[in-house]
Design a protein around this ligand. Structure first.
Ligand code: ATP
Length: 234
């Protein structure tokens, strides 16, 4: 479904990622793990059209999407739930959700989807008129996820959805991601919490210094002694 072929991104003289090749198949939950600065966010930003490629190409459902605008990437069916949530702080919860669907023409279905989001996130329904900047961290993360889903993506990318959240909220977010995938949305997940990510994914790629150093099924990665030592606390 999604294929990165030898993708490199540079930030001036600094290398963000180098020669990354990876695949996500329809219906999979694939995770990227790696230390701070390994290039995980850069990979998602490259897919999303936010970073120009120095090399390689990105193909989604048979179409080359590298070089197109972020808006066109969304239109092709990829949604991005960015690191740090990035909700529109001065807009209300409802307006944030509407922004997620701004490219859609099917306004009746948008309305229905909005109701569905409120059923799924009762906390957001309660606070639909509250400006997003005053929501708690966990509520903002739920809003960011709901906003990404309002685009009706075929593939959704989550960047560090558990960052800075209390353990019970983290659990909720992870079960939500699993649920989204069960509903047929393909997921590409970036997580600092490698153990949790490997527990819920089908396959994983490990990045170090901008390169993919190993990849495999969740079971293979969890059994890998080097990964256990470096990323899973032994
Ligand atoms: P983290 O887990 O800390 O978010 P990451 O694996 O997502 O890390 P990236 O944010 O992709 O890592 O960063 C990869 C490399 O690119 C790092 O060395 C980082 O300093 C560099 N980098 C990222 N964004 C920029 C930028 N806008 N300008 C310059 N260098 C950047």
């Amino acid at each position: 479904m999604l294929k990165l072929e030898q993708v490199s991104v540079n930030y001036g003289a600094t290398c963000g990622v180098a020669q990354i090749s990876l695949e996500v198949h329809e219906g999979e939950l694939v995770t990227l793990i790696g230390a701070n600065g390994a290039g995980k966010s850069t990979t998602l930003r490259a897919i999303n059209g936010l970073e120009p490629l120095a090399n390689g190409r990105i193909v989604f459902n048979g179409d080359v999407i590298s070089g197109v605008s972020p808006a066109q990437v969304i239109e092709s069916g990829i949604s991005h739930c960015p690191e740090g949530r990035r909700v529109f702080p001065l807009l209300t919860v409802r307006e944030n959700l509407e922004m997620g669907a701004y490219r859609r023409q099917d306004r009746q279905r948008v309305k229905r989807d909005m109701e569905h989001m409120f059923d799924r996130f009762p906390r957001l329904r309660e606070r639909h008129q509250q400006v997003a900047g005053t929501l708690s961290g966990g509520e903002q993360q739920m809003l960011a996820i709901a906003r990404a889903l309002m685009a009706r993506p075929r593939l959704v990318m989550f960047d560090e959805p558990s960052l800075g959240l209390a353990p019970n909220i983290v659990e909720q977010i992870f079960s939500l991601i699993t649920e989204i995938r069960t509903e047929g949305v393909t997921v590409l997940l970036v997580e600092q919490n490698a153990y949790a990510a490997l527990e819920m994914c089908d396959r994983a790629y490990l990045l170090e210094n901008g390169r993919i150093v190993t990849h495999g099924s969740a079971a293979q990665m969890l059994a890998n002694q080097d990964i256990r030592k470096a990323y899973l606390g032994g």
